[in-house]
Design a protein around this ligand. Structure first.
Ligand code: ADP
Ligand code: 5GP
Length: 200
């Protein structure tokens, strides 16, 4: 059975990762979204086990100790991590899996899984980033300042990814990501069986 693709999407907070990823998931078959664990409080419209697994710091630290994460990082004062077990199962079943994680986490995944597909999402400008993060209306002023303060540095790490996609409109961004995944599925090393019929 062919392994699925490990797809990683990052970008500064407020760029539109959540919006683009959920539109992508609606349009694409054969890809599943990796639900991260976090110690931050749920936002009003978020549900445990759907958007995140919301854990206490103690439970999160216990899971770190048990080797339960592919990667984890402390982001804006809270822990976030990618649970390992489901990812391994899905990839082995040939399913693609989508990780929406921050740049620190993505750099760790680049080391562990260099065969992954690393996509960086950019906002059209820093002004538009601020408009989006404020417009979302979910953060305190302190949290907004932390997130905007980190944005330039995060964006600079984007240079280390294989692909960059601008989130100007959600439709265009989703179209570009779908094109990247289609191309990745056409890589020769993933399709050597296609040549076998010509070997006789
Ligand atoms: P992130 O997950 O990167 O923090 P979100 O998906 O929560 O970002 O998006 C931040 C805000 O920007 C939301 O209010 C969302 O509706 C809005 N948004 C996302 N993508 C776009 C876009 N292409 N154009 C305009 N607004 C957008
Ligand atoms: P938010 O609090 O806005 O949902 O997420 C804050 C940041 O944490 C975002 O950059 C998001 O991509 C990142 N994040 C979400 N889940 C994970 C994860 O499992 N691991 C890491 N390293 N970052 C994550």
């Amino acid at each position: 059975m062919k392994q699925g693709l490990l797809v990683v999407i990052s970008g500064a907070s407020g760029t539109g990762k959540g919006t683009v990823c959920s539109a992508l998931m609606k349009e694409m078959k054969g890809i599943s979204y990796s639900i991260s664990a976090t110690t931050r409080f749920p936002r009003e419209n978020e549900r445990d086990g759907v958007n995140y697994y919301f854990l206490s710091r103690e439970a999160f630290e216990k899971m770190i100790g048990e080797g339960g994460f592919l990667e984890w990082a402390e982001v804006y004062g809270n822990y976030y991590g990618t649970p390992l077990k489901k990812i391994q199962e899905r990839l082995a079943e040939g399913q693609d899996i989508l990780l929406e994680i921050d740049t620190q986490g993505a750099l760790k995944v680049m080391e562990k899984c260099p065969e992954g597909v690393f996509i960086f999402l950019l906002p059209p400008s820093l002004e538009e980033l601020e408009r989006r993060i404020r417009g979302r209306g979910t953060e305190t002023e302190e949290s907004i300042i932390k997130r905007l303060g980190a944005a330039r540095k995060e964006i600079d790490i984007g240079r280390r990814y294989a692909y960059v996609v601008m989130n100007d409109t959600v439709k265009e961004a989703v179209m570009r990501i779908k094109a990247i995944l289609t191309a990745e599925h056409c890589r020769v090393e993933l399709n050597t069986e296609m040549f076998e019929v010509f070997e006789k």
